[in-house]
Design a protein around this ligand. Structure first.
Ligand code: ASP
Length: 432
């Protein structure tokens, strides 16, 4: 019997988890770093490697196939609108959860002091990074979207929005010239696109091993050879971690199914089957940027989203739409305030909604970026940013969960936009 891809990845994930725990317990840390971790790095690198050509190829072809450029601005407006609304809902869910469960009120003073002392140094580097992010002007993100050199943009995956901008602009140029001259170049981009999609298939063959190695290495790094300490941390911050995961689960099992039910013909089961492998890759890489090629492939090939919609909505979403991150930032901010014995009135909670939506847009699609932007939210509500020391210990673990939601949110919006634009085809799982 041929095992479906997501089962193979789940097996890799579970084995990676078991091996990681065993390795931490047995003290095989160095061996794991030297001989297991590299396979995870290779897997992530392969995914990152194809992200730029994939977005470029599929977006140029997508835009060039548009019969009418106005449609693009309509799709653009709709996409950004839904992204902001879903993120605001996510933050609200987070606030409801943290205000009703009040995880911060049960943290004993000695645990608080211990955490503050243990993570004081890490706090400095995070607050410095946040300071740099804050110093950039209000319009800077828009300026950053417009590159002055396409080759330098293509040299870093962090510049994904610049690639998106260039591809759209270039695609528009391509439709404006006579078909005869556009055709050869378009054929190049189409071939590039097809070839890169095949490369995604090949990379995914390695996913179970990659996921195994990533999980083993993450546990190895978190435990730093002392597994007991991880369990101690998890139990000290257990209630907080439960609140975050519960909030994320709530958003995933209520908000997204409702959106799919009311705006699309897609069955939840089909959606989950289609997006499952991308969620698993998101969980093990903790990076929605690295997961982007998988998200795009699953949405286009398996869930029936047209290339035109997926190639625009998903790269944009990977960069600016982070429901999981925003929800977590809301819970973390209130948790820190609760632990420090500070009450947050309704005005402060509204500020959190606003700043968390903005902060999540500014969060990079890489591991651990969410906690840097959290500093800005804390400052906005006058909670000492050193408070992030309280949650740093479990942040790497929660990052895995919130990245899954980030990716699921992008896919939900891609399907919604496709459905409302009449560009959602039949799901197809014949390749599994
Ligand atoms: N790791 C997250 C992502 O890439 C961002 C975060 O740290 O919240 O989606």
């Amino acid at each position: 019997m041929k095992l479906a891809l997501h089962w193979k990845i789940i097996i890799g994930l579970i084995l990676g988890l078991m091996y990681g725990l065993l390795s931490a317990y047995m003290g095989w840390g160095d061996f794991t770093t030297e001989f297991v971790a590299p396979f995870g790095i290779i897997f992530i690198n392969l995914l990152k490697l194809i992200a730029v050509p994939l977005v470029l190829g599929s977006l140029v072809t997508g835009v060039a196939s548009l019969s009418d450029v106005h449609k693009l601005s309509r799709i653009g407006g709709k996409t950004i609108g839904i992204y902001i609304v879903t993120t605001a809902v996510a933050v609200t869910v987070g606030l409801l959860v943290v205000n009703s469960l009040k995880p911060g009120e049960s943290v004993p003073v000695e645990v608080r002091q211990k955490l503050e002392a243990a993570y004081a140094q890490d706090v400095t580097s995070k607050t410095q990074a946040a300071e740099e992010a804050k110093e950039r002007g209000l319009l800077q993100p828009i300026v950053d979207m417009v590159p002055d050199n396409i080759f330098s943009s293509a040299s870093s995956n962090r510049n994904m929005l610049q690639i998106v901008f260039f591809a759209i602009f270039f695609g528009i140029g391509l439709i404006q010239i006579p078909e005869k001259s556009a055709k050869p170049l378009l054929a190049v981009f189409e071939a590039l696109n097809d070839a890169v999609i095949k490369m995604v298939d090949i990379i995914m063959l390695m996913a179970p091993i990659g996921v195994f190695a990533l999980l083993a290495d993450t546990i190895n790094t978190i435990s730093k050879g002392n597994l007991a300490q991880v369990f101690e941390l998890l139990s000290a911050l257990g209630f907080y971690s439960i609140a975050v995961t519960f909030g994320l689960l709530l958003h995933m099992s209520v908000t997204y199914p409702l959106i799919l039910k009311f705006f699309t013909p897609m069955k939840l089961k089909t959606f989950m089957r289609g997006i499952g492998p991308a969620q698993l890759v998101a969980f093990s890489t903790s990076s929605s940027g690295a997961t982007l090629p998988v998200t795009m492939e699953r949405c286009e090939k398996n869930l029936g989203v047209s290339e035109e919609v997926s190639s625009f909505v998903l790269p944009l979403g990977a960069t600016i739409n982070m429901d999981g991150t925003a929800l977590y930032q809301a819970i973390a901010a209130v948790f820190i305030a609760q632990t420090l014995g500070m009450g947050l009135d309704i005005g402060a909670q509204l500020t959190i909604i606003l700043t968390a939506v903005l902060a999540s847009i500014g969060t990079a699609a890489v591991p651990g970026a969410g906690i840097i932007m959290l500093v800005i939210i804390l400052e906005a509500v006058n909670v000492p940013s050193a408070g992030i020391a309280l949650i740093l210990g479990v942040d790497r673990i929660l990052d895995m969960f919130r990245t899954v939601i980030n990716v699921t949110g992008d896919a939900t919006v891609a399907i919604t936009v496709a459905a409302t634009e009449g560009q959602l085809g039949e799901p197809d799982f014949s390749d599994e």
